[in-house]
Design a protein around this ligand. Sequence first.
Ligand code: PEP
Ligand code: MG
Length: 592
Amino acid sequence: MSALRGTGVAPGIAVGRALLMERDAAPVFRLAVPADRVEAEVRRLEAAIEASREQLSAIKERLSREVGAPHAYIFDAHLLMLDDPLLRERAAGIVRGEGVNAEWALRSVSESLHALFSQFSDAYLRERSTDLDDVIGRIQLNLRGTPEAPSLSRLPGPVVLVAGDLVPSEAGALDWDRVLAIVTDVGSSTYHTAIIARSLGIPAVAGLKEATRQIPAGSLVAVDGTRGEVVVEPSGAALEALEAAQEAYRREEERLRGTRGLAARTLDGVEVSLEANVEFPEEAATAQLHGASGIGLFRSEYLLGRGLRFPTEEQQLDVYRRLVEQMHPYPVTVRTWDVGLEALGPLGPSSPNPALGERALRLLRRSPDPFRVQLRALLRAGCQGPVRIMFPFVSGPGDLRLALALLEQAKAELRAEGVPFCEDVPVGVNVEVPSAAVVADLLAAEVDFFSVGTNDLIQYLLAVDRTDPRVSSLYEPLHPAVLRTLRQIAQAAEASGRPLSVCGEMAGQPVEAVLLVGLGFRSLSMAPSAIPRVKEALRAVRAADARSLAAKCLALATCREIQALVNETLAGWADLDSAPAERDGLTGSRGL
Ligand code: PEP
Ligand code: MG
């Protein structure tokens, strides 16, 4: 038994067999192959190598015919690589020696050959490593075509998925029904895969750095997403303790679900609207189950799936309509495509720093069509019920106006075509770029609502990559700069009378939620499963007290001081408070 520590990013406990995944060009899984299947696995490898040989020979022949033999010589080198014992025999040896699948064996061979190539002093020989990638990539592709090959959407049985990284398009394609828990080397609680796991109630631990190296494929692992712990091959006693904890967690969840019908109202009568963040349309049911009064953020880019194909207007209309119908009479806020350059196709030049590059609304200059189609679908869905359009990654009125002009164009088109749509679908800004926060008063004059995306706002304000576990301790939602910026946005919204909400992960943390109410926020959107706890916390406090706590925090200099004051104050309130849960016939412990 061994234990690894990371960051618990989605609560709950699960025990299951580890399925390892790493990515070359595409995901590669490490699977344990039983002794009696090893020779069949070697034959699978051989067959993929033979298929690669046939394809390469055909390419070489065609090139010789069409552009001349000298240009085809490179494929002789590729064909030779296929037979090189360093590749072929070594890969088969790894399958037999380590009892792993052919894909993983090839990946190991590729790593060791790259290490070897990098030592060559001759630049020409060093550069041959790209040919190696080409050849190995082709064999991997041929392996992928075989029926035994697992894929993200076809996982081999219920598993604990252990991955280096899991990007949104992979998370979107994942066969979540077969995922017991998620364990990743990278990431923190604002990592998209963590956000989805939380929404779906699947335990997850992120930021483990070396989990893919330390967890053997096929081993039994226990994942405690509440404590951020992963136990490999747990002992009987450890399993018993985990089962007891799991049972306690289940009972607490059950109790919290009982708060569904209660108002999200503070002790002094301030109503707070608690909405849900969702990635998949099916989650609307979970949002309702947890008592959400609307969808505060639908991350529409998950509709693109792994193929990164934008759905048609009709396909989108169908999804948005269903969401509106299901959430009736509450509103559904759809964030327009928050995608990177890669969504525009493989030919798009890559960005050296995607988080600061051409993404989301910035792509509108290069390629307005996908946005125009989405806006048309949203305007049409507005006939069905309350839809709200939210633009992400707005840096100021300049790029907002481009989006608003496109919205007007979409309306003009629909009008001219005689297609029914809603003229006044509310339009808002996802305030997540610091410059947008600074000019919030200017933005307020041009939109109907604000929703603060604290996940990105904190990342950009503090210059801390939200996906990098090495700097996760510097990612401080209670940093004085964050609180002051939030207060400034709240003041701008207040002055202009614009509704204001927070849809970052901060809103789903009970303590932070109390502070947000103190800062003036009256609407919070979060993972559906976070709603009951936040509701319970808000019902246990007075908004007036939260306001004076926030005011004191705004005068402090460090996150640590703010954290200490908040903890001390909330503990005091919990002691003094006259059991608000009982007021509504609720029993059990309260939220803070
Ligand atoms: C945010 O940035 O806070 C947000 C809600 O969006 P995402 O996490 O999808 O970037
Ligand atoms: Mg964001």
